[in-house]
Write a protein of this length. Sequence first.
Length: 244
Amino acid sequence: MDVAKRIYLLDDDVEICELLQEYLTGNGLQVRTAQSSDAFFALWQEAPADLVVLDIMLPGDDGFAVLRRLRESSRVPAIFLSALDGSTDRIVGLELGADDYLGKPFEPRELLARIRTVLRRSGESEPAPRGGILRFASWRLDTTARHLLTEDEVITPLSGAEYRLLCIFLQHPRQVLSRDTLLEMTQGRNAQPYDRSIDVLISRLRSRLRDGGRYGTLIKTVRGEGYVLASDVLREDASPQDAA
């Protein structure tokens, strides 16, 4: 018999916590709740969770600060909740390494569906299979340590969202990927009207790659279709036929 996944819910609204705890527990999940960052980290020190759901607007440390601290030691999947359903908050959350974002008010069954999608995706293999080094243009990506390295071994840090997006491009070099496809592959959901989070993440990734500099443009925009990685990809010490 499968062990129920453990979910931690951080929200200062006691009524919402009680409602969601009852609903999610009734659907086969173990749910514990907290109304402050201190209470949340007390739970975390008792036992890590399989997924965390975080409200952004909290007294004291907000949800962004909580996830930033959590990411210092854990890659646990995370879903943000917020009454401020704006693109800026969504993008900040994704840059911090959140896996999804749900605006309030919402239906509990929608949160359950998001939780199941994120848990399923986190249980699958990493976007770049077989840990190792992937070489493209003047860059190397260590998929074990999740480090992006320059030719002279300088490490360029990547957020969780940037790493996932780069891995998708490295798995599909010279293939045009639409915005909808990228959103589905990185976040497991369909694009909403005026959702520009993928465009902003690509802009961030281009900045990390110093795109448009001495080595030209790596991630190109194909008007009306999407984006493409304009580079071949090889595994370090691999023969050409082992290209990713």
